[in-house]
Design a protein around this ligand. Structure first.
Ligand SMILES: O=C(O)C1=C[C@@H](OP(=O)(O)O)[C@@H](O)[C@H](O)C1
Ligand SMILES: C=C(OP(=O)(O)O)C(=O)O
Length: 429
């Protein structure tokens, strides 16, 4: 249980470089592990989720060195992965699990994947079913959950149409397709984050994305060669402080080197639409785009968010709801049923937590209707992350705006994606 304090009259101030992007850190470990030669990962996110990926590849026989946020992966190619002597533990990480299911299809052995209580409830058929269209066998429980057994060795390239807009599912198929007997084309429902495609190209793979951004063709058996990967700051982590500085009076902060990949900047576009004062300075780069965000307090307007906008801000929806809760008027989020199958049911968790601040929230099957108000009246000072890192951090930011101190249960979950969250917040207070 952690006591949370409200923000001072002076607001938040200062400059912060947020930790490395979680999605890119996972992918650098995975792609580095199946490449030939050393991959140097700079500004690696040492959160629990990425450490689950790191441990899984060590269990598969890959030598990986780590010093703070620098990681060196000594890849020897896909064929040098060895069966693990124990089940591979995915911890709390959906990304590790789903991408590994695809990647392990290209090995010559069978692997068992297990996870924690939350992960063991999350749906995995969304990966096993499209993989089975490529001839890959993944055995799940009757409910379609972990533990999973992935039988490596057979991947038939073909065209697969995906039913869920999910970068994890798409990436699983792309990684499996690297080991296929012929090219594979993946057709997405909506464009999703494209870090797997960008990184695989950097390592030498031939991956073509059609102009519709939804059709991806993968050529099999590339010669992947280890690279230097500079991981930009995670927009999903920066977003907590971006929203905090916007809603806490008298704030002015700078967030350095944040990922500006357009498949991830939905929160930025949304905050700007709501009237936030955010100045973006993009840096020159040939890789993943990144830049600095200068954020000042501003008054927000209500917003409507629909299905097509969801993939680019899926993990930031709790923050959209929190921002909307401070704007006078009604905001509506729809097309976001995916939130119900994250680390927690995030529609229910966000609604519960915002109500504790006296905000009226109506749950929809696929979203929320939020009756925003600039002044909150705390109803219940006992907040809970429910074991979900993003809900825990949303609670902490909301508590900055409350008129009294609050407490947070299950704050340890925050280390899943942001181990230094409280230190970084303190730096801005
Ligand atoms: O590919 C990724 O790295 C991720 C994709 C998203 O999940 P879905 O693919 O389920 O939308 C996101 O919620 C998750 O935090 C990370
Ligand atoms: C949903 C998330 O992660 P994952 O699916 O990898 O557990 C997240 O980080 O918000």
């Amino acid at each position: 249980m952690k006591p949370l304090s409200k923000a001072s009259q002076q607001g938040l101030h200062g400059t912060l470089a947020v930790p490395g992007d979680k999605s890119i850190s996972h992918r650098a470990l995975m792609i580095g592990s199946i490449s030939q030669g050393a991959t140097h990962i700079h500004h690696f996110l040492a959160g629990q989720d990425c450490l689950s990926t790191l441990k899984a590849f060590q269990d598969l026989g890959v030598e990986i060195e780590r010093q703070q946020d620098e990681v060196i992966v000594h890849g020897k190619g896909m064929m040098h992965l060895r069966p693990a002597s124990i089940p591979l533990d995915m911890g709390n990480s959906g990304t590790t699990t789903r991408l590994m299911m695809g990647l392990l299809a290209g090995t010559s052995f069978t692997s068992t994947l297990i996870g924690d209580q939350s992960l063991s409830k999350r749906p995995m058929k969304r990966v096993s079913e499209p993989l089975s269209e490529l001839g890959v066998q993944v055995k799940l429980t009757e409910k379609g959950t972990l533990p999973a057994q992935v039988v490596g060795g057979t991947v038939h390239g073909k065209t697969v149409k995906l039913q869920v807009a999910s970068a994890q599912v798409k990436s699983a198929l792309i990684l499996a397709a690297l080991a296929a007997d012929q090219p594979t084309t993946i057709i997405e429902k909506l464009p999703t984050r494209n870090h797997t495609e960008i990184m695989l190209r950097q390592f030498g793979a031939e991956i073509e994305t059609a102009t519709n951004q939804r059709t991806i063709t993968v050529q099999p058996h590339p010669d992947l060669v280890g690279q230097d990967v500079q991981v930009p700051g995670d927009m999903s982590s920066a977003a907590f402080f971006m929203v905090a500085a916007t809603i806490i009076p008298n704030s002015e902060i700078t967030l350095k080197n944040v990922s500006l990949n357009p498949t991830r900047t939905g929160i930025l576009r949304t905050m700007l639409k709501m009237g936030a004062d955010i100045r973006v300075v993009e840096h020159e780069t040939t890789g993943e785009p990144f830049g600095d965000l200068h954020v000042k307090t501003s008054k927000l307007h209500p917003i409507e968010i629909a299905e097509t906008e969801i993939p680019a801000l899926i993990d930031e929806l709790p923050l959209v709801a929190l921002s909307a809760a401070t704007a006078s008027g009604i905001s509506k989020i729809t097309g976001a049923a995916e939130l119900r199958v994250k680390e927690t049911d995030r529609i229910q968790a966000v609604s519960n937590e915002l109500r504790k601040f006296g905000v009226q929230v109506e749950e929809l099957p696929d979203g929320m209707i939020i009756q925003g108000q600039p002044d909150w009246k705390v109803q219940d000072s006992h907040l809970d992350s429910y074991g979900d890192h993003r809900i825990g951090m949303m609670d902490v930011i909301a508590a900055l705006k409350a008129e009294q101190s609050m407490i947070l249960e299950n704050e340890a979950a925050i280390s899943v994606s942001y181990p230094d969250f409280f230190t970084d917040l303190q730096h801005l207070m």
